[in-house]
Design a protein around this ligand. Structure first.
Ligand SMILES: [Ca+2]
Length: 250
């Protein structure tokens, strides 16, 4: 990485320090339940799994990609506001927003296997194969042991302007953490080793005006099909779910 000094002796970022902004192509469009307040999204073994939020309305679902049909659903107790989900082995882990409680379910039956506690808010969750990775609305991502749910490390996320906050739904994609930034149309691509944002994905314009006949909320929901290298995104109350491919900046 080349850098040089200006007349005041300050380091001038070189081009290699500029964070690339990726755009997208829509590869496929699928129906999405417009009543699903999407807080967690995963693709595993041919199906989408979705966690939805809001008090008295939070759910865990298995969804058919092509039709958006809900194949299986489990409702959370009324007092819990469901947040991110991830699938680790044969278990689905679901966070709640401000209850400091996570749920662990059998992936196939949706039977509740156990609960665990954490001290922060719960926003998004994913894993890198050995550690759970959790966001809490701040610039800190937490690494949790997938068996004990103890915190075993954390990461401060930043770009060239400093810390980034409000990471919502997460997905681990080919060695990077992808994170929806709440109330924006952007996904941050984060290097897990350093916390540095190594790319931005700009998703403005995914929903057309015709798609918005009913009120929709923000972009939230990233799922990666590692076997077929497919990337899916949707949003809260969105009528559509998109498979997209990223386009590198020139
Ligand atoms: Ca996800």
């Amino acid at each position: 990485m080349l850098s040089c000094l200006n007349l005041q002796g300050c380091l001038i970022p070189s081009n290699s320090d500029v964070i690339p902004v990726y755009s997208y192509n829509i590869v496929n469009t699928y129906p999405h339940d417009p009543d699903a307040f999407t807080q967690g999204l995963v693709f595993k073994d041919g199906f989408l799994y979705e966690g939805t939020g809001r008090l008295e309305r939070s759910t865990l679902r298995r969804v058919e990609l092509e039709t958006g049909a809900i194949l299986q659903i489990r409702e959370l107790p009324d007092q819990f506001f469901g947040e991110g989900i991830t699938i680790y082995g044969n278990e689905i882990i679901q966070l709640t927003w401000q209850s400091n409680v996570g749920f662990v379910y059998d992936k196939n039956s949706f039977e509740l296997l156990q609960q665990f506690d954490y001290s922060t808010e719960g926003w998004g969750i994913t894993h890198d194969g050995t550690r759970l990775i959790m966001s809490d609305g701040t610039s800190t991502l937490h690494f949790l042991d997938p068996q004990t749910f103890d915190e075993i490390g954390h990461l401060e996320v930043f770009d060239n302007d400093g810390p980034i906050t409000r990471f919502n739904e997460l997905e681990y994609v080919q060695g990077e953490i992808y994170a929806n930034v709440w109330q924006t149309d952007r996904i941050a691509r984060i290097a897990p080793e350093t916390g540095r944002v190594v790319g931005w994905v700009e998703l403005e314009g995914l929903l057309s005006t015709e798609d918005c006949t009913e009120p929709v909320d923000v972009l939230n929901g990233i799922a990666y099909d590692a076997e077929a290298d497919r990337l899916f995104v949707t949003g809260k109350l969105w009528p559509k779910l998109f498979e997209i491919e990223l386009i590198s900046p020139e």
